[in-house]
Design a protein around this ligand. Structure first.
Ligand code: PLP
Length: 444
């Protein structure tokens, strides 16, 4: 009976998260507790088989792809959707009344609807764009630049990606605003008392990452946004590293802006989105002008389109968004709670295995962290380690991870970073640690 109910619910609602949200709304209205039954076990080997690139060899060794924080791998469903778009539906969006034009528009707008549901936001508050970098720049130029004045402040954190630092520096230079930085504790968590002490009346915006791309720290964004809101401070959350790994409910976070990037969510590169509260979207002037973002253009002046389209000038990455729609379907079918649990199990094994590697220094040990592990081995340079690991078929990232201020905090120029995803395996972890021990001895 429970299975039957689940099948019916699944046919009506897009994801278990959406069903949980519906049930929790009914529960709070009726006082009757309702929950979703646990999912049937997922065959993770079958899931992995959906990713063609994971079958290849590198330098004669099976590829171990531990660089998903950099970009995620794509399942067949996404690759086939992009392929099918170009083979059967290719046309521009919103400009043609012919069948292909309608199909292209449906694919593009379908991605907006699916992503909005995935994030639990309204689709008419979701701007589609090329990724988080664009999304944050949009807020910087369209929301912050006209608002900020000399003496105003923007608060960032020590663990931000350059994409959530440099746009604010550019805006600060042009407005006379200043940037203040929230620091970390020894485990790589935000020091919340010190963060809240920074939230003084001249602060107009707090911009922070949901999950650190270097430390894996998951920030308590809901609590932080509540504190900021109490003080009348707007909040922007960089969700690049959260959307691929966590069951998100952006509406419940209570932020003003939330940015995501499709290529880390098993979707195509050049896709992403900015969610903004309606009141902000309505007040924000266009950032980039051109076709598609207007109602009427006269040489005397232009009337701009309403809602997200005002910020979507020009031909978008239509095939990419068709693929992102497929990626969101794929993640939703697996269930983000299942993905999170799978990645936590992988991380537990990874941490235990790394404990056996002599001379290893790990950066970031926040409880509940995501499956991102930055490390160094005594006496070895990060790039040398990553280069030798590549010869073993292992793909990890080495460098500053677009987080110079974090590297400065730790007093190192670079680290290695292994980042796992649901399609990785326990066997890969064992093979990785064996490879790491081998190259460690070579570099000793
Ligand atoms: N923010 C974080 C935390 C990231 O990890 C990344 C990418 O690595 C970005 C922003 C940049 O995102 P995009 O690739 O969409 O420009």
């Amino acid at each position: 009976m429970a299975d039957r109910r689940w099948e019916i619910a699944k046919s009506c609602f897009p994801s278990r998260l959406a069903i949980s949200q519906l049930l929790s709304a009914i529960s709070s209205l009726t006082g009757i507790t309702m929950t979703v039954a646990p999912s049937p076990a997922i065959d993770w080997a079958a899931v992995r088989a959906d990713f063609p690139v994971l079958t290849r060899e590198v330098h004669g060794k099976p590829l171990i792809y531990f660089d998903s924080a950099n970009t995620g791998q794509k399942p067949d469903a996404v690759i086939a959707t992009v392929d099918d778009f170009y083979r059967r539906h290719n046309a521009n969006v919103s400009r043609a009344v012919h069948t292909l034009g309608t199909e292209a528009t449906e694919a593009y707008e379908g991605a907006r609807t699916k992503l909005a549901r995935f994030l639990n936001v309204r689709s008419d508050e979701l701007v589609l764009c090329s990724g988080t970098t664009f999304a944050i720049n949009l807020v910087a130029y369209s929301w912050a630049l006209p608002r900020l004045q000399p003496g105003d402040a923007i608060v960032l954190t020590r663990m931000e990606h350059h994409a959530n630092i440099v746009p604010w520096q550019l805006v600060a230079q042009r407005t006379g605003a200043v940037i203040k930085v929230a620091e970390l504790d020894e485990l790589g968590r935000l020091d919340l008392d010190r963060l809240y002490a920074l939230l003084t009346p001249e602060v107009k915006l707090l911009a922070l990452t949901h999950v650190s791309n270097v430390l894996g720290t998951v920030n308590p964004v809901r609590e932080i946004c509540r504190e900021a809101r109490k003080r009348g401070i707007a909040t922007l959350i960089d969700g690049s590293q959260a959307a691929p790994h966590l069951a998100l409910d952006v509406a419940a976070i209570g932020c003003d802006f939330y940015a995501v990037t499709g290529h880390k969510m098993s979707g195509p590169t050049g896709t992403g989105a900015l969610w903004a509260r309606r009141e902000h979207l309505e007040a924000m002037p266009p950032f980039i002008g051109g076709g598609e973002m207007i109602k009427e253009v006269r040489f005397e002046g232009t009337v701009f389109a309403d809602g997200p389209r005002r910020f979507e000038a020009g031909t978008p990455n239509i095939a990419g968004f068709a693929g992102l729609g497929a990626a969101v379907d794929y993640l939703s079918a697996l269930g983000m709670a299942n993905i999170e649990a799978r990645e936590q199990a992988l991380l537990q094994r990874f941490n235990a295995a790394l404990g056996e590697v002599p001379g290893l220094r790990i950066f970031g040990a926040a409880p509940g962290k995501a499956a991102v592990v930055s490390f160094l081995i005594e006496g070895a340079h990060a790039h040398d380690l990553a280069t030798l690991l590549d010869l073993e078929g292992v793909a990890i990232r080495s460098g500053h991870h677009c987080a110079h201020p974090l590297m400065q905090h730790f007093g190192v120029p670079a680290t290695c970073r292994a980042s796992l995803a649901y399609y990785n395996t326990f066997e890969e972890i064992d093979a990785f640690v064996a490879a790491l021990n081998k190259v460690r001895k070579l570099l000793a």
